[in-house]
Design a protein around this ligand. Structure first.
Ligand code: KG4
Ligand code: ZN
Length: 343
């Protein structure tokens, strides 16, 4: 049965990006504006939560007006408002969430609270409506690293997570060690392409352990020790080689565990999600591994991989198609497991 047209305004404010998007019928992105605070936080070498909240307050209303204008729709055309309610920085979440609820209340339309990580994963479905469910998703962002079985817009099963640092965090910390600017992921990615991935034998933690847990803090320490050794010996740090060796260690583990998890679950559709999904080596390596098995791999476009509100509005559409809107008292949560209702 065809669903009636939905025009959903989504708001994302869980970390250091304010984003507002307008999405029609869950797939057609009419506007997806992102206002990054990276410059504001750069001098601190990471995101300062209170500064992030205040910046969201300044940005949100003008960005909503801009997004509606870019989408060519008015408030009266909207059928629902969605906002990220978890996980993330509490104050930052609160700003976007209050904005979303207030707009929904004022317009008398449904409000949907969206899980940020579920939305990262759902970016794959938004970009490709033919993507078959269930699929296995490797979620790699600045704050999270997980292998997730996806059965529906409200049904996610976490098969394994990192026990310490997230992959993006490991990239950012390693980049900082090498005196690269924040956020370091893209810089390391670029440098790695020029280096020798076999120059340093960095550890592949938990690679041969059963289960799908990840550990990245040992790798970060190994890189620090290698860099210190060079510096103490008065030798220049071969930055590109360190970057390439670090990246090879990360990608080896991520790809091996993803393939093993898909096999264990009997899934032949694999997807990548989160900011680190922009990483070229990871995309290439996963592509090769899936191709070799005749599996389908979904790689969302880069603007849907990093934090954005189109993923929030798109998932809200699918959630409304399979369940009820949320009450206006839905609270923000800094930490919250993925929704896991039966599909
Ligand atoms: O998903 P995201 O935009 O924000 C979170 O929800 O965390 O992910 C941001 C993370 C940062 O750690 C950034 O360094 C990393 O994604 N990142 C990359 C690349 N582009 C962004 N890491 C490795 N290679 C990249 N090309
Ligand atoms: Zn994110």
């Amino acid at each position: 049965m065809p669903q009636p047209t939905s025009v959903i305004l989504g708001i994302e404010s869980s970390c250091d990006e304010t984003s507002v998007a307008v999405v029609r019928d869950g797939h057609e992105i009419l506007a997806n504006l992102v206002s990054s605070q990276v410059e504001v936080h750069r001098r601190f070498g990471g995101v300062v939560p209170e500064v992030a909240s205040r910046q969201h307050i300044l940005t949100l209303n003008p960005l909503m007006a801009e997004a509606l204008e870019a989408a060519g729709v008015g408030f009266g055309d909207l059928t629902a408002i969605a906002g990220t309610h978890a996980p993330g920085l509490l104050g930052a979440l609160l700003v976007g969430l209050v904005g979303a609820k207030s707009a929904a209340w004022a317009l008398g339309i449904p409000f949907v609270g969206v899980h940020h990580l579920a939305a990262h994963i759902w970016a794959n479905v938004i970009a490709d409506r033919s993507l078959p469910l269930p699929f296995l998703c490797l979620l790699v962002s600045g704050g999270h690293t997980a292998l997730v079985r996806v059965d529906g817009p409200r049904a996610f099963a976490t098969l394994g997570e990192t026990i310490d640092d997230a992959v993006g965090e490991a990239y950012d910390k390693t980049a900082r060690l090498l005196d690269l600017p924040y956020p370091g992921g893209p810089h390391l990615d670029r440098l790695a392409a020029e280096g020798d991935p076999r120059a340093f034998a960095f550890p592949r933690a938990l690679l041969h352990e059963p289960g799908f847990r990840f550990s990245l803090s040992g790798l970060k320490t190994a890189v620090r020790k290698a860099v210190e050794k060079q510096r103490l010996a008065g030798l220049p740090v071969p930055v590109a080689d360190v970057a390439a060796s670090f990246q090879a260690a990360v990608v080896d583990v991520l790809v091996a565990k993803t393939i093993a998890a898909a096999e264990a679950e009997g899934l032949t559709t694999v997807a990548l999600a989160g900011g680190v999904a922009a990483n070229r080596a990871l995309r290439q390596s996963l592509q090769a591994a899936c191709e070799a098995r005749g599996w389908r791999l979904s790689l969302p476009p880069l603007d849907l991989c990093t934090d954005n509100a189109a993923m929030i509005a798109g998932l809200a559409h699918a959630m409304l198609a399979t369940g009820e809107p949320d009450a206006l008292w839905l609270p923000p949560h800094p930490r919250l497991a993925l929704p896991s209702a039966p599909a």
